[in-house]
Ligand binder design. Structure first.
Ligand code: MN
Ligand code: MN
Length: 480
């Protein structure tokens, strides 16, 4: 129609260009109003989930609540699984497998989406509480790749668990309720910061200076030593029944106290702590909850400890995730699978390693390669490989699988884009992808592009969040 009005026929070159060339598209062009409305609603729930699950434990518990409400049963309590059965299995209260049983044998492969639910933060040290110059403070040890200077002079909350001497568990959450106090690490005033400001950024705030201010009111007994510290211990004991001894073995995580918010005058972004990688965990969880059972068994995996290399019994390198898959496999097959059958399951399985990628930031254009970067609002970002130093330390998805996934997305109108994490030799990063590729699965990294990744306030485009959910749902329902 437009062509006729313009009265202009396309030239041979224009036609050829249309036929041969390819560009990724900004999803705001030709947006469907219905999709925009669905995206808005989806992101409202997503923001709530971010506020409720600020640690891997909290996110795990929230996910199980949602799964149970949708009829998922604990795998340990089920003997035999049939088509359409829904189960979950916890990995030490931090990791998770949830699945919907398909009609085919698991040896023909599973369809999995795996993400991580830990985020960079500050952990309390084992012996954290001390007083100095009549101030009470808590010592921390940072977890994951943070820019330490971002964590000072901002509002902080403490989340976690304390195990008491009788073995009972106390859940701690300070700084989130409307009338809660918050905590903070005071930064040095600029007036006296001349030497500090001349330091390289990684030394501006040193790890041992990430000490959290928790009080300044002494226990009212003048001649007592450590009375500022004692007053804090007394408050903790009154509120939680815990002692300094209990703090030693506790797992207490310090995270930003702010809530998830709309960002931008047009409200097109979500800003929040911990979107790496809870944005992928949430979108995959919702996709599984909304997926219809198919021929292949569909599942999500949540991993802990990704930000520190995926080690330990809750990290992606833990054999427990394979045990969980084997247990699922056995209960579907109604017998213990042979070693060969387990190998068949792994070889035939398809995994989307769902982790965030860096969104192109025009203020730091020098570290991105513009043709091979993910952009906000361009849909789910696919990384064929991550790693660094000449594609080291990563899995490199094969062309067959990469093309199969992108063809699937195109068939169902899922916007996708492909890129790399920044320019060559600028740095790099890794994901859980390689551990499952090492086991023989087909794996590719794909997830939501993020601005200000690993900061206290990460930013994602709402359309990308929603389109990533759509992508995972299509994968569950239509991948072969
Ligand atoms: Mn991540
Ligand atoms: Mn990360």
């Amino acid at each position: 129609m437009a062509e006729e009005i313009a009265g202009k026929e396309k030239t041979a070159g224009e036609k050829l260009q249309e036929k041969l060339s390819f560009k990724f598209k900004n999803q705001w062009d030709a947006i469907d109003p219905e999709l925009e409305a669905s995206s808005h609603k989806f992101n409202e729930d997503y923001k709530q989930a971010l506020d409720q699950g600020k640690t891997e434990r909290e996110f795990h518990d929230m996910a199980i609540n949602r799964l149970e409400a949708a009829g998922f049963k604990n795998l340990a309590e089920v003997e035999k699984l049939e088509l359409g059965d829904k189960v979950y299995r916890s990995v030490h209260n931090k990791g998770l497998l949830a699945a919907i049983v398909g009609s085919k044998s698991p040896t023909e492969g599973l369809l999995l989406v795996g993400s991580h639910t830990d985020s960079p933060r500050l952990d309390l040290k084992p012996y954290p509480l001390y007083e100095q110059n009549e101030l009470a403070l808590l010592k921390t040890h940072y977890y994951g790749g943070i820019k330490k200077y971002q964590w000072v002079s901002t509002q902080l909350a403490i989340h976690g668990v304390v195990i008491k001497q009788d073995g009972s568990k106390v859940e701690i959450c300070i700084g989130e309720a409307e009338d809660d106090p918050v905590l903070t690490i005071p930064d040095l005033l600029p007036h006296l910061g001349r030497k500090q400001m001349a330091k390289p950024a990684k030394e501006v705030v040193e790890g041992e200076k990430l000490n959290i201010l928790v009080g300044s009111k002494p226990y009212p007994e003048k001649d007592l030593s450590d009375r500022f510290k004692l007053n804090i211990l007394s408050i903790l004991h009154d509120k939680y029944g815990i002692t300094e001894r209990d703090l030693v073995t506790a797992e207490l995580e310090v995270v930003p106290a702010h809530k998830a918010k709309d960002v931008g005058l047009d409200r097109s972004f979500v800003g929040a702590y911990g979107q790496d990688d809870r944005v992928c965990a949430w979108t995959s969880l919702e996709a599984l909850l909304d997926a219809m059972p198919q021929t292949k068994t569909q599942g999500i995996l949540f991993f802990d400890k990704e930000e520190v290399g995926s080690d330990g019994n809750t990290g992606a390198q833990s054999d427990l995730y394979f045990f969980a898959l084997n247990e699922l496999c056995a209960k579907i097959m109604g017998k213990e699978p042979s070693i060969l059958e387990v190998q068949q399951m792994l070889e035939n399985s398809k995994l989307l390693s769902s982790d965030v990628t860096a969104a192109y930031d025009p203020d730091y254009a020098e570290v991105y390669e513009p043709l091979n970067s993910a952009y906000c609002n361009y849909g789910i970002g696919i990384n064929k490989y991550t790693g660094g130093g000449g594609k080291g330390g990563t899995t490199d998805a094969n062309a067959e699988y990469f093309n199969e996934i992108t063809r699937l997305f195109e068939k169902y109108n899922i916007p996708w884009q492909a890129g790399e994490l920044g320019k060559i030799d600028e740095g790099g990063g890794g994901t859980i992808a390689k551990f499952f590729a090492n086991a023989g699965m087909n794996v590719i990294d794909c997830g939501v592009p993020v601005l200000a990744m690993h900061s206290c306030f990460e930013v994602t485009a709402k359309l990308d969040v929603f389109n990533t959910y759509r992508a995972y749902k299509i994968f569950f329902e239509h991948a072969e």
